[in-house]
Unconditional design. Structure first.
Length: 149
């Protein structure tokens, strides 16, 4: 017996790859005493979703060197998050989880909006549109007032 005592504190009887004894702690209810990897019982119980990975924070799968690629990647992730959120709502997820997902959804939407604004500013479309609008307003004022502006 080990220093901890009791049948639950037995050491694993399995062997390592080099032939030496494993000496890991045995899982409960396994005879002969084996640790999780040697007994095939490693991992969480079936149905456990404590460490479920949704992929929202995963690294990009493509090179993101241009702002168009970053916007596209974030838009794809926002769509994935929306689908995941809808699926969790349909499954009757807990309020705490749904609130966390909605907060993440809002943060991503805000980031996407800022990126789209920055993309437009970098492309020059925003300045051209503003100049066109000012020019059109001056033309209309010139026509109404009958003077050249």
């Amino acid at each position: 017996m080990s220093s901890r005592g009791g049948p639950a504190s037995r050491r694993c009887a399995g062997k390592r790859a080099d032939g030496s004894p494993c000496r890991g702690w045995a899982k409960r209810g396994v005879d002969p005493p084996l640790c999780g990897p040697h007994s095939g019982r490693a991992g969480p119980p079936v149905g456990n979703r404590n460490a479920y990975k949704h992929g929202c924070y995963a690294r990009p799968t493509r090179d993101l060197t241009r702002i168009e690629e970053v916007v596209s990647d974030l838009a794809d992730r926002q769509a994935q998050l929306t689908a995941y959120l809808e699926a969790r709502l349909a499954d009757g997820a807990e309020v705490k989880e749904v609130a966390r997902l909605f907060a993440l959804h809002g943060q991503n939407a805000s980031r996407l909006g800022r990126l789209l604004r920055d993309q437009r500013a970098l492309s020059g479309d925003s300045a051209d549109g503003l100049l066109r609008a000012i020019g059109q307003a001056l033309d209309e004022l010139s026509t109404e007032l009958g003077i050249e502006l």
